[in-house]
Design a protein around this ligand. Structure first.
Ligand code: CS2
Length: 493
């Protein structure tokens, strides 16, 4: 039992001015439904939105929807939606965020979700549902109709359980209610995330009976926008220690704390059907073309992150900040960025890509952020295509040898194959394809056999890349080196 009182609206007058929300939460109407109210949303879009409302007004309060677990709903509901953002850089600071006004647990409140999507006051749906939440094949971007939950949602029996099902059924209800246009804004780490979402919504409509699907698809084309966006802020999972620090700083007990770095970036395609918060007033970049920023961020930051995570976890580094201090791993990450990724990028005018890389390395070094390598290692099958495989495909086509990106893929293979660090510590394989990975690697005894088996995963690697002998050789060499001499030997220049 904690001795301090729980954070809620009554606590606000007692906080230091610098710790209070920037807006009066009580005065805010809800205009945004956010699917996937995890720590990342609360430390990123919710912060931009609150600052935008503080600067320019608007009823853009957020209803945060949790899909699978009621954890966040139980944390935030008793706190009137309030939670604190603990920024850790050279100094720490904490502030209570006020833009989340409502919580909804989709698994139990599916009807309310549908009603909210059909309400005229809802003008924007934002999403952070992670890569796997889209239920698509990462290699093709198409909806996985064989997924039992997608199939159930298509059959129309009961309330929809998948994100795309919820959205399409909600849009149908919105059309029936004549509630007006709306924007669906993906904020997940996928290239052309708006286009991906539009495609999946289209796939879902096309799989419905024609009488239902065609008219709905036509209405969607007319009334719904799907802008793309690039999101960036490092947000490690919150620990008990973080919650204890906030209780000391705030004087209140907050079950919904999120921890993050000072840096944040949001580049948004400015294509909205029914208005948006003035995010540019909070430092977001609103632009016509997000693609160059997305590629840069996914390949440089996330590509490095995944490489650091697999090599780091195998070498026994629990956190990113330790992994990046390992000279071998640091060398691989620097070379991955400069030699493999940079030549593939269309750098926006006036953008200093070398400075961006230096800043990334600095952010990875942040000793106050305890970002676990196994957290980033999660869902590798959903992350590899946009983080490493795009780079590899383009470099091979240019006649180059993307050695470092291939070593990242090899480290993923070693990780899902042996499932333990070099010191014997077990490493979790948390991935929607975990069973397949287990089956594929179970029979394989040599690096060559493991690489062959894993490269047969067409939904991850597609068809062309595994047919490339250079690629197969580079990945297999990397896996053989990791197997023979460990991370230290494989990362020695
Ligand atoms: C990370 C990202 O967990 C992961 O896979 O690479 O969540 C990363 O921290 C964010 O994209 C940073 O913006």
């Amino acid at each position: 039992m904690s001795a301090v009182a729980r954070l809620d609206l009554h606590a606000l007058p007692g906080l230091d001015a610098a710790q209070r929300p920037l807006v009066d939460p009580r005065s805010l109407g809800t205009g945004i439904v956010h699917l996937g109210i995890g720590a990342f949303h609360r430390a990123h879009q919710a912060v931009f939105t609150e600052e935008a409302i503080a600067a320019a007004g608007g009823d853009w309060g957020i209803c945060g929807v949790s899909q699978r677990s009621r954890g966040v709903v139980d944390q935030l509901r008793p706190q009137d939606g309030l939670y604190s953002v603990l920024e850790r850089g050279e100094r720490s600071s904490v502030r209570v965020a006020g833009a989340v006004r409502d919580l909804l647990f989709a698994a139990e409140e599916g009807e309310r979700l549908q009603a909210l999507l059909a309400a005229p006051g809802t003008r924007l749906v934002t999403l952070t549902v992670t890569e796997k939440g889209y239920r698509h094949d990462p290699a093709t971007g198409r909806l996985r109709r064989s997924d039992p939950e997608v199939a159930a949602d298509l059959s129309g029996n009961g309330l929809p359980r998948t994100v795309v099902g919820q959205l399409v059924r909600g849009l149908a209800a919105r059309r029936a209610a004549d509630a007006g246009p709306i924007t669906l804004l993906s904020c997940d780490n996928l290239p052309a995330n708006g286009e991906v979402l539009r495609g999946l919504v289209g796939d879902f409509c096309a799989a419905l009976p024609a009488a239902e699907g065609e008219a709905l698809a036509a209405w969607i084309t007319e009334s719904v926008r799907f802008p793309s966006s690039m999101v960036d802020r490092i947000v490690p999972a919150t620990t008990d220690e973080d919650r204890a620090q906030v209780a000391r700083l705030l004087g209140y007990d907050d079950h919904g704390v999120v921890v993050t770095e000072p840096f944040r970036q949001w580049v948004v395609e400015d294509d909205f059907a029914a208005g948006r918060p003035a995010w540019e007033r909070a430092g977001a970049v609103l632009t016509a073309d997000v693609a160059p920023y997305e590629a840069m961020k996914l390949r440089l930051l996330n590509g490095s992150h995944s490489t650091l995570a697999y090599l780091g976890a195998l070498a026994g580094h629990a956190h990113v900040a330790e992994a990046i201090r390992d000279p071998g791993i640091a060398g691989v990450v620097a070379a991955l960025m400069a030699q493999d990724v940079e030549p593939t990028l269309a750098v926006p005018d006036g953008f200093d890509v070398a400075a961006y890389q230096r800043q990334l390395i600095e952010r990875f070094h942040n000793p106050a952020l305890r970002h676990r390598t196994v957290q980033i290692a999660m869902d590798g099958t959903q992350k590899l295509p946009q983080r490493l495989l795009g780079t590899i495909t383009e470099r091979l086509a240019a006649g180059a040898e993307p050695r470092f990106a291939c070593l990242g893929v090899a480290a993923w293979m070693r990780y899902v194959w042996v499932r333990q660090a070099e010191d014997g510590t077990p490493l979790p394989v948390d991935d929607p394809l975990a069973d397949r990975l287990g089956e594929l690697t179970a029979q394989a005894a040599t690096p060559q056999a493991v690489a062959d088996a894993l490269l047969s995963l067409e939904e991850v690697f597609g068809e062309d890349l595994p047919a490339n002998e250079r690629f197969r050789a580079l990945v297999t060499e990397g896996l053989a080196a990791l197997t023979k001499g460990g991370v230290a030997a494989a990362t020695t220049p």
